[in-house]
Design a protein around this ligand. Structure first.
Ligand code: ZN
Ligand code: ZN
Length: 342
C-alpha cells in the first residue's frame, strides 16, 4: 500500500520506493490545479515504484491519466526516473531547469564507453591509484538503466510562476546539488495558518536530517571552473531568506523553521572546510584528501563507485577553498596537489 499524506490546501505526498537504497523512498508531491493534478518529481524508474505512484494517485481520488504536468526539481533518477512513463500515460508536460535538461541531453547522446573513459581520465587527474583505474579502463561498455532519461518539453525559468492554473507556484533556482536544481515556492497562505511565507518544495536542496551530496558538475565538454559548493551555499542562503512556513522535501519528512536548518547546514560546511584546511597542511591530491576526510564509514570499506562520488565531493570542497583564497594548487605538481594558503 502506498502511503499517502494529505498536507492540506490541495497538496498530497506519495511515498514512492527507491529499490535497494538506504533513503528508502522519494516523496512525490501532488498539487491540485484547475486543469488537473501536477506532480513535483516522479520517482525511480522501476515497476514497483510505478505501481506505488499509480496506487497513490488513486488513493488521492485521481489517476495517472488525469495528470496535467510534471515539475522536476533535478535530473537525478529518484526524481526524474518515471517522468517519461507518466508523460506517455497522460500527455502531461515535463518541466526542468535548462542546466539539468542539458545534463539529460548529454546522457542520452553519450556513446557507450564515452562515460567510462571520461571518468578514468578525471580520476587519474585527481590522483586515483592504478588499481582503482584499471577496472574502469577494461570495463565493457553496456547500456545502464537510467541512461535514457526523458527529455523535458518545458523550461523552468527562475523567478517565473509555473503553469499551474488556479495556483501560485514560483521557481527558485538553487544550483549546487545539480547545476539546474530548483525549489518550488507555493506562495499561498499555509493551510494550517503556520507563520511564514507559504510552502517550499525543496527537492534534495534542503532536507531535515541529511546533507545532500555536493560534487563537481560532471560535464566533459565544459572547461570552465565551476564552484558547486559555492553555488550550494549561496542557494541555501537564498532559501533561508524566503522563510517559508513549511518545507516539503523530496526525502524524509516535512519541517518548519527553514532559516534554522539553513544556519545548521552553513555551519556544518564551514566546519568541514576548516577540517579540510587542517589536512592540507601538507600537499594532497583530491584522492588523498578524500582518503583522509570523514565519511560514514572507513575509507577501506567504501566501494569503488562510492569512492568516485567521495573524490568528486573532495574536489568540490577544494574548488571552494581555492575560490576563497584559502588553499592553492602546488605549481608543477602532477597529478595536481593542493595545500593550505600560507
Ligand atoms: Zn539528488
Ligand atoms: Zn534524491
Amino acid at each position: 500500500m502506498t502511503q499517502v499524506h494529505d498536507h492540506g490546501g490541495g497538496v498530497h505526498s506519495l511515498r514512492v520506493p527507491i529499490p535497494d537504497n538506504p533513503l528508502g523512498h522519494t516523496l512525490v508531491y501532488v498539487v491540485d490545479t484547475d486543469r488537473g493534478p501536477v506532480l513535483v518529481d516522479t520517482g525511480w524508474d522501476d515497476p514497483a515504484s510505478w505501481n506505488a505512484l499509480a496506487e497513490g494517485l488513486t488513493a488521492c481520488g485521481t489517476s495517472v491519466a488525469d495528470l496535467y504536468g510534471v515539475i522536476v526539481t533535478h535530473h537525478h533518477p529518484d526524481h526524474h526516473g518515471l517522468s517519461g512513463r507518466v508523460r506517455e500515460a497522460s500527455g502531461a508536460w515535463i518541466a526542468m531547469h535548462a542546466a539539468d535538461t542539458a545534463v539529460v541531453r548529454r546522457t542520452r547522446e553519450a556513446r557507450p564507453g564515452q562515460w567510462l573513459s571520461y571518468m578514468a581520465a578525471k580520476l587519474a587527474a585527481a590522483g586515483a591509484p592504478e588499481e582503482h583505474l584499471a577496472p574502469l579502463r577494461t570495463a565493457r561498455p553496456r547500456a545502464l538503466p537510467g541512461l535514457s532519461p526523458a527529455l523535458p518539453d518545458r523550461e523552468i525559468v527562475p523567478g517565473d510562476l509555473l503553469d499551474l492554473p488556479g495556483r501560485r507556484l514560483r521557481a527558485v533556482w538553487t544550483p549546487g546539488h545539480t547545476p539546474g536544481h530548483v525549489c518550488l515556492h507555493l506562495e499561498e497562505d499555509h493551510p494550517a495558518g503556520l507563520p511564514g511565507r507559504g510552502r517550499l518544495f525543496s527537492g534534495d536542496h534542503l532536507l531535515p536530517e541529511i546533507t545532500p551530496h555536493i560534487g563537481l558538475y560532471e560535464d566533459p565538454d565544459d572547461t570552465s571552473v565551476t564552484d558547486p559548493l559555492g553555488d550550494y551555499l549561496d542557494s541555501l542562503e537564498r532559501v533561508g531568506r524566503l522563510a517559508p512556513a513549511e518545507v516539503l522535501p523530496a526525502h524524509q519528512h516535512g519541517f518548519t523553521d527553514a532559516p534554522a536548518r539553513v544556519r545548521q547546514l552553513l555551519l556544518h560546511h564551514e566546519e568541514r572546510l576548516n577540517g579540510l584546511l587542517a589536512l592540507l597542511s601538507q600537499p594532497l591530491t583530491p584522492w588523498q584528501l578524500a582518503e583522509r576526510m570523514e565519511w560514514n564509514r572507513p575509507w577501506q570499506d567504501i566501494p569503488c563507485g562510492s569512492r568516485n562520488i567521495a573524490v568528486s565531493e573532495a574536489e568540490a570542497h577544494l574548488r571552494r577553498l581555492v575560490g576563497l583564497g584559502r588553499a592553492e594548487a602546488v605549481a608543477g605538481s602532477d597529478p595536481v596537489t593542493y595545500v593550505a594558503a600560507s
